[in-house]
Design a protein around this ligand. Structure first.
Ligand code: NAP
Length: 340
């Protein structure tokens, strides 16, 4: 079985380009005792991968140059010599960007095949959904009537944050990068207001107008000037969940901005960074709630799926140019029909 592979060829400086990736192919051996042969079905591209492409110290180790990129993958078991997995099982794991790979089963979670589309386990029922749930509820602690602002509002995490805040009776203001996204947020997801930061001249003034009662919770996916505009409008006892800073991930010099400490002090506000894995003890309850709300139609969910393994780098670049509405995925292969 020949596997296509995408490796990190070099570390990007600024915005990544195709030159930073190397396309390769390799014959996969048959699985040995205790191993599985997996076929990738859906591969996730996520903003945090940009951090792993650099060699700066972070919460996850950098990718090694010359090695396959790894990330969230939904894969089907093609051949198994592992006691816990059978041919036809579908699993979720952190796996290499390969069309086929050999695994020893560690870190793989078997997925139910009839509950939700398999791709949802890389989005609303997976890491991005859990990030939205844990960041909003465990840091934001929303109360009915409060105003929640979310940046990166039309993406995988942001769309879920805004809808969860609406379920909790909050007024929700989203910030995103196109008029189409603004329409989607307000007309389909029920956001109260959405602002296009690319066409809004003074984002701070627009946030002030959109939040006449100030900002109680800011769920930050983006950082940079958008956040500067929000901080100036926070209320007493505001909660700020620092989830992501995508506006700065390709920066080649450290970004500088207004000093926010004085505002936090005067407003008795909480600002807390988090990594979703900090809240692993809440994942069971979070997944159950998210799945129930999806089934009840309380949570809408959109995916931006590009077909074809070779399109992985382009799908990844699209995260930084705002191509995606909802969760960006690459579909690599069709799952086999479910055996009944
Ligand atoms: P996403 O929002 O689906 O995709 C990224 C979006 O960011 C793009 O669609 C784009 O939308 C926006 N963007 C890109 N460059 C921007 C810029 N310079 N300024 C403003 N917006 C920009 O990605 P996601 O997976 O949901 O992740 C969202 C954020 O959460 C990222 O920062 C990510 O690193 C973070 N995250 C953190 C955790 C954690 O554990 N803390 C877990 C998951 C994700 P526009 O069209 O609106 O520009």
């Amino acid at each position: 079985m020949e596997a296509k592979i995408i490796r990190l060829a070099s570390r990007p400086k600024g915005m990544p380009t195709l030159e930073n990736f190397a396309f390769d192919a390799q014959q996969m051996p048959s699985p040995q005792e205790g191993e599985l042969l997996l076929k990738a079905l859906y591969i996730s591209v996520d903003p945090y991968m940009r951090g792993r492409m650099s060699d700066a110290k972070s919460y996850v180790a950098p990718y090694a140059v010359g090695e396959p990129i790894t990330g969230g993958v939904v894969a089907e078991v093609v051949e198994s010599r592992h006691a816990h997995f059978a041919k036809g099982d579908v699993v979720l794991g952190t796996l290499p960007w390969q069309t086929y790979c050999i695994s020893d089963g560690s870190g793989l979670n078997k997925l139910p095949q009839k509950v939700a589309p398999l791709s949802y386990y890389l989005g609303i029922l997976g890491m991005p959904g859990l990030t939205a749930y844990c960041g909003l509820f465990l840091i934001g602690a929303p109360k009915a009537g409060e105003t929640v602002v979310v940046s990166g509002a039309a993406g995988a995490v942001g769309t879920v944050v805004g809808q969860l805040a609406k379920i909790n009776g909050c007024r929700v203001v989203g910030i995103a990068g196109s008029d189409e996204k603004i329409r989607y947020l307000t007309e389909e997801l029920g956001f109260d207001v959405a602002l296009n930061y690319k066409t809004t001249h003074n984002i701070g003034a627009a946030i002030a107008e959109a939040c006449p009662d100030g900002v109680d919770i800011y769920f930050d996916n983006v950082g940079g000037e958008i956040s500067d505009g929000v901080y100036a409008r926070i209320n007493k006892f505001a909660r700020i969940a620092i989830c992501g800073q995508i506006a700065t991930y390709n920066a080649t010099t450290p970004p500088v901005g207004p000093r926010v400490e004085g505002t936090l002090l005067k407003k008795s506000a909480l600002m807390k960074g988090f990594i979703v894995s900090d809240y692993a003890s809440h994942f069971g309850e979070a997944t159950r709630d998210l799945a129930r709300w999806v089934q009840e139609g309380k949570l809408q969910y959109q995916e931006h799926i590009i077909e074809g393994f070779e399109n992985l780098p382009n799908a990844f670049f699209g995260l930084f140019t705002g191509e995606n509405t909802g969760k960006q995925l690459v579909k690599v292969a069709e799952p086999s029909p479910i055996q009944t």
